[in-house]
Ligand binder design. Sequence first.
Ligand SMILES: *Cc1c(COP(=O)(O)O)cnc(C)c1O
Length: 386
Amino acid sequence: MNIKELDNQYVMATYGRFPVAIVSGKGSLLYDDEGKEYIDMGSGIAVNIFGACDESWAKAVSEQLFRVQHTSNLYYTEPCAKLAQLLCQKTGMKKVFFGNSGAEANECMIKAARRWSHEKYGDGRYTIITLKNSFHGRTITTLAATGQDKMHTDFMPFTEGFVYADPEVPGSVRKLAEENNCCAVMIEVVQGEGGVNTLSQAFIDEIKEVAASKDLLLLVDEVQTGNGRTGAMYAYMNVGLQPDIISTAKGLGGGLPIGATLFSEKTQNALVSGTHGSTFGGNPACAAGACNIVERIDEELLAGVRERSEYIIRELTGAEGVKSVTGMGLMLGIDTVKPAAEVVAACREKGVLVLTAKTKVRLLPPLNIPMEQLKKAVTVIKEVLK
Ligand SMILES: *Cc1c(COP(=O)(O)O)cnc(C)c1O
């Protein structure tokens, strides 16, 4: 059996896979089992921020693998401690909890917000306002946090305590905060899976005002937007927000599974010994790779992200077959005249891998994609969209 047949027979069929088996990659180029080359405009969904098999990252990971690959959280390890310090230095946050994924980072954020509120205000004040069209993960609780009705079927009962504000409706956060006993508001600055929708500044200002007046914690899900993706270290930095807790994952590990939840001065004691844990959390090999990644997200890289972003937006805005371009940095959505799935398939035929988000075509290229490859990819995309 070839790779596709084996997978179809033995792997649980939860993914609608594209008919491509990737066997290797280098930077922003990927190769399939027939030797076909692709320009990668998806980064494994915003994960490989320095592309495939980045040498500096691979060296950091493999050196750690030859020291010790795992110890459990019963012991101190250097990569975990160093990574926490780096993340705090880059954000001004005070403490970090490590898990393995975006969903786990969000679970931690939700647990911490509830516990913080319970310590300060007692029972009952646990409801979290999230947003329509949000996406926060696939566990029962993060699905409940996800503001999409189609995610709230099949697995009843879901975790209670989530209500959904509509970013298109001014005043909806205030209304929910008044009607419910809330502890927090949880947002993505740019909704990724929900269709690459950037929250309006007016809506963000409303969230800030309501959170301040009701002492609600501001929880920012930076799982997709984080780690340089939007042209800032974290997307909240682009819009004048000061989160109380941040969750991140995807790009943080450069391709290995790691998630992190970052706590501000106000929330730094929200979790104490025995209240949370994760066997693999802060795993030395993943953390050594993540240290390498986070150290390299500097002003030069971020300027490159903004430059590439401006190039894509300039090329695609008003191009034939394009209704609009949304998003921030190298997290862009294209509302296309042709169905997005058709565009993805046609681009793939021509050697360019792009993604979808709801009805849009979504671009999440490596943050350091060479301009020459980016130009080739954009030329193919424009050709296909006509
Ligand atoms: C991908 C994503 C998640 C879930 O991350 P996993 O690592 O798949 O659990 C959560 N929130 C946002 C915004 C995401 O994009």
